[in-house]
Design a protein around this ligand. Structure first.
Ligand code: B12
Length: 680
C-alpha cells in the first residue's frame, strides 16, 4: 500500500491485508471506436477520494474485449466448426442464409484474415491497406454487394453513385471501408448463425428496452449459453484475474448506458457471483437512470447488490464509504429488503456540482486497441464509429429542457449545471496529456451557445489546437460570427434536432426553433466549414401524412441548399418521463393502459385519433435521406421515395430503388424555393 494512504481504523479491521478494490466495468456491447466515458468519469472522481477511503480503483472495457475475442482467429475457427456441425445436422438441402453460406465457403480465408484486419482497423497495421484495396485479400460477402460492378444497375441508382464516391477515397480510406464491410459480414454470421442477440454495438437489447417484466432477461441468462455467451463468461473470469491479480475486487461496478449493455452486465454479474461471491456488485448508468425508476422485481438482486439512479458520484462514494466500514447513508440506491425492493435515499446528501467531479481518466483502458469502423461513406455519419474521441461534458443537463418528447423530468436532462471554462480546459489538457489524442466529442445533451463561445475563446487564447464536435440546438444564438469562431477553435461538426421539420409541430413540441431559423443556423455552420447532422422525427402526435411529406420536402431543400450533410429519421415514441408521457391529453393522444411494471419502463404505446400510417411512411423517409446523404436524388419529387400503397408491389425491386410518383402519398404543398427564401 502506498505510504500516503491513510487507512481508517474500521477499514483496517475489515480489510487487514489490502485496500478496498473497486473495478468499474463497461459491459458489452457499445460502440467500438472509443471508450464509453462513464467508467472514465467515475474513476477520475473516485481517485480523488481514494486516499480517504483506502480505495484502489481500476476500470475495464468488456465490450471491446468481447469484440476482439469474437473477431479473433480461434473464435472465428470455432464459429466455423459450430456452423458446419449444424449444417451437417440439418442436411444438405436445408436452406442456408446467404451470409452463412458465404462464410462457410470461405471460412479458411476468414480465419486467416481476421486478426490482420482488426489490427489494420486499430491503425496498427497501415501497410495492409494496399493488399485490402487490391480486392483479393478479404473475402467479400453480402455486405459488399453495392460495391460489385456486376450488380444489376439502373440509371442514377445509388450503387453507381456509391461506387463513384468510393472511387474518390484515398487508399487507406477505401481499405477501411472494405475492412468495415468485412467486419459487418462477420458480425452478421455471429448474429444470424450463432446468437441473434449479438450486434456490433448492442447485445440482447430487446431483453432490456422497456421490458416491463424481468422474465425474458432471466430466461436468456439461464438458457443454454451460445458461443457468444460462453465467450463472455470465459472473458469475465480472465478479466477479473487480469485486473486484480490473485486478489478479488471487493466491489465491481457496472455501467449500463444503453439497453444494449444490460444483458451483458447481468451475464457478467452471474459469472462473478460464482467466482467471487463475496464481492459486492453494483449497477448504474443511463439505462438505469431512464428505465429502472419503477423497479420492483427482487430477482434483480440475485445479480446485483445495489442499483443506483442518476449521477453516480454521490451514490457511489457513499456506498463505498459504507462498504469500507464507516458510517454513511445511501443515496438513490435500490436494495433488496426481504422480498421487496427498497429505494434508500438520504435527501440531505447533495450531488457533487460539476466543478467538483474531478478530471476523467482513461487509465487502464487499452486505447490502442479500439477499432475505427467506416461503414458509411458520408463524412459526418462516420464520426460516430470512426476515430478515437476523448469525451468531455461542457454542461450537465439541458439549458432549454422544454421539449415535450424529451425526458426532461429526469436529472440528467432537467438539472442544468455548467462548470467554469477554466476547468473544462484543464480537463481537456489532462486528457490530451494522458491519451496523446486531441479529438474531443462533447457529450452534452445540447451544448450551450454561451459556454461554447467561452470555450472557443479560451482555446484560441491559449493556442490549444483540438478537433471537436457535439450536439447543439439549432437556435438563433448561433450567428454566422459565432459559427466562424467555433470553427476557428476546432469545431468540425455539430448535430441537432430539426425533428418534425414543421412549424406547427415544432411549436406543439416546444422545440423553441422554427424551420427558417434552422435553415439559417445550419447554413451558418456549413458556411464556416462545419459539418451538420439533423435528427429528424416522424409519427409525432397529430402528424398527418401531408405534414410528413411536407417535412421531407423541407429536408430535401435543406440538403439541396447545402445546409445539412447528414440526417436520420427516428420514429416518435412516447416515453414515461417526457411531458407527452406525463400529460398525453395535451397532445391529443391516449396512452394504452400501463402494464404491470416490475422491471424496465420507458416507451409507452399510444393511440393517435389522426390515424396516419406512420409504418408505411417510415420506409420512404429513410430511403430518401439515405440517398440524400450520398448526394443522390435531391432533385426528384419526394413522392418518388414511397412504394405504391395499394398493390404492395415493389417497383424495380431494388434495395435503394425509388417508388415512382404514382405512390400513395400526396404531393407536397411546400413552395420549391422555401429554404432559399429563408436564406435570402
Ligand atoms: C452522447 C450520447 C450518445 C452518443 C454517443 C454514444 C456512445 N456510445 O458514447 C450517440 C449519439 C452516438 C448515442 C447513441 C445512442 N444513444 Co445516447 N446518449 C448520449 C448522452 C446525451 C450522453 C452520454 C454520455 O456520454 N454521458 C456522459 C456519461 C459520463 O454519463 P453517464 O453514462 O450517464 O454516467 C453517469 C451516470 O449515469 C452514472 N453512472 C454511469 N454508470 C454507472 C455505474 C455505476 C455502478 C454507478 C453507481 C453510476 C453510474 O454516473 C456517471 C457520472 O455521473 C445520453 C443522455 C445523457 N445526458 O446522459 C444519451 C443516452 C445515454 N442515449 C440513449 C440511447 C437510447 C442511445 C441509442 C440506443 C439510440 C439509438 N436508438 O440508437 C444509441 C446507442 C449507441 C451505442 N450502442 O453505443 C439513452 C439511453 C436511455 C435508455 N433508454 O436506456 C440516453 C440516456 C438518452 C435518452 N434519454 O434517450 N448516444
Amino acid at each position: 500500500m502506498p505510504s500516503n494512504v491513510t487507512t481508517p481504523r474500521r477499514l483496517r479491521l475489515r480489510y487487514p491485508m489490502h485496500p478496498m478494490r473497486c473495478l468499474l466495468v463497461t459491459p458489452p456491447m457499445v460502440q467500438l471506436n472509443t471508450p464509453y466515458p462513464a467508467t472514465a468519469y467515475l474513476t477520475g472522481f473516485l481517485r480523488m477520494h481514494a486516499d480517504d477511503l483506502g480505495l484502489e480503483v481500476a476500470q475495464t472495457d468488456a465490450s471491446l474485449a468481447l469484440f476482439l475475442r469474437l473477431f479473433s482467429e480461434p473464435l472465428v475457427a470455432r464459429m466455423a466448426e459450430e456452423l458446419r456441425r449444424r449444417a451437417r445436422l440439418v442436411g444438405k438441402n436445408a436452406p442456408i442464409p446467404p451470409s452463412i453460406a458465404h462464410f462457410l465457403t470461405h471460412a479458411e480465408r476468414y480465419i486467416d484474415t481476421v486478426e490482420p484486419t482488426i489490427r489494420f482497423l486499430q491503425r496498427r497495421n497501415p501497410s495492409l491497406a494496399f493488399r485490402i484495396v487490391g480486392r483479393a485479400f478479404l473475402p467479400e460477402g453480402p455486405r459488399f454487394e453495392h460495391l460489385s460492378q456486376s450488380s444489376p444497375s439502373e440509371p442514377g441508382a445509388l450503387d453507381e453513385q456509391l461506387l463513384s464516391a468510393f472511387g474518390t477515397l484515398g487508399t487507406t480510406e477505401q481499405a477501411r471501408h472494405l475492412a468495415s464491410l468485412y467486419i459487418d459480414d462477420l458480425a452478421d454470421v455471429w448474429r444470424v448463425g450463432i446468437d441473434p442477440r449479438f450486434e456490433l454495438a448492442r447485445y440482447g437489447e430487446r431483453l432490456a428496452a422497456s421490458a416491463a417484466s424481468f422474465d425474458s432477461l432471466l430466461a436468456a441468462l439461464t438458457d443454454e449459453p451460445t458461443l457468444v455467451d460462453a465467450t463472455l463468461d470465459e472473458l469475465t473470469r480472465e478479466l477479473l484475474a487480469e485486473k486484480s491479480g490473485a486478489a478479488r475486487p471487493d466491489v465491481v461496478a457496472f455501467t449500463a448506458p444503453f439497453p444494449g449493455n444490460v444483458y451483458g452486465a447481468f451475464r457478467m454479474a452471474q459469472t462473478l457471483r460464482e467466482i467471487t461471491p463475496e464481492s459486492k456488485l453494483i449497477l448504474g448508468g443511463g439505462w438505469v437512470n431512464t428505465e429502472l425508476r419503477s423497479l420492483r422485481d427482487p430477482r434483480v438482486f440475485d445479480y446485483f447488490d445495489y442499483v443506483t439512479l442518476d449521477d453516480g458520484e454521490r451514490p457511489l462514494l457513499n456506498l463505498l464509504t459504507k462498504l469500507s466500514g464507516r458510517a454513511a447513508s445511501l443515496v438513490r440506491t435500490y436494495v433488496r429488503s426481504g422480498r421487496e425492493v427498497v429505494l434508500q435515499n438520504d435527501v440531505t446528501q447533495h450531488d457533487f456540482p460539476q466543478s467538483d467531479t474531478g478530471i476523467p481518466t482513461y487509465d487502464g483502458l487499452p486505447l490502442d486497441r479500439y477499432v475505427s469502423l467506416m461503414e458509411m461513406l458520408n463524412p459526418m455519419h462516420r464520426l460516430w464509429s470512426d476515430g478515437r474521441w476523448n469525451k468531455i461534458t461542457l454542461a450537465h443537463g439541458c439549458y432549454w429542457k422544454k421539449c415535450s418528447f424529451c425526458d426532461v423530468s429526469l436529472d440528467y436532462i432537467g438539472r442544468y449545471d455548467k462548470p467554469g471554462t477554466d476547468l473544462i480546459v484543464r480537463r481537456i489538457r489532462s486528457l490530451i496529456t494522458e491519451t496523446g489524442e486531441t479529438g474531443f466529442h462533447l457529450v452534452d445533451e445540447a451544448a450551450p451557445p454561451a459556454g461554447l463561445r467561452a470555450l472557443a475563446k479560451q482555446l484560441i487564447a491559449e493556442r490549444l489546437t483540438i478537433t471537436w464536435w457535439g450536439n447543439i440546438r439549432f437556435e438563433k444564438t448561433f450567428t454566422p460570427e459565432l459559427c466562424q469562431l467555433l470553427a476557428q477553435a476546432g469545431c468540425v461538426a455539430v448535430s441537432g434536432g430539426l425533428e418534425v421539420a414543421s412549424d406547427r409541430l415544432l411549436e406543439l413540441m416546444k422545440k423553441g426553433v422554427t424551420v427558417a431559423q434552422v435553415a439559417r443556423v445550419t447554413r451558418a455552420f456549413t458556411d464556416a466549414g462545419v459539418m451538420v447532422h439533423a435528427y429528424l422525427m416522424y409519427g409525432f402526435p397529430t402528424e398527418t401524412m401531408q405534414d410528413t411529406i411536407d417535412a421531407l420536402e423541407r429536408v430535401r431543400q435543406l440538403f439541396a441548399a447545402g445546409c445539412i450533410h447528414s440526417a436520420y429519421w427516428h420514429r416518435f415514441v412516447a416515453t414515461a418521463h417526457s411531458p407527452i408521457g406525463l400529460r398525453p391529453e395535451q397532445y391529443g393522444i391516449t396512452l394504452r393502459p400501463p402494464q404491470n411494471i416490475r422491471f424496465a419502463h420507458n416507451d409507452i404505446e399510444f393511440d393517435d385519433p389522426v390515424g396516419t400510417d406512420h409504418d408505411y411512411l417510415g420506409g420512404g423517409l429513410r430511403k430518401a435521406v439515405y440517398n440524400y446523404m450520398h448526394g443522390v436524388g435531391v432533385d426528384v419529387d419526394v413522392r418518388e421515395w414511397f412504394e405504391p400503397r395499394q398493390s404492395g408491389r415493389r417497383r424495380g425491386g431494388r434495395r435503394h430503388g425509388r417508388g415512382g410518383a404514382s405512390a400513395g402519398v400526396p404531393a407536397t404543398t411546400v413552395p420549391p424555393d422555401l429554404i432559399e427564401r429563408f436564406l435570402a
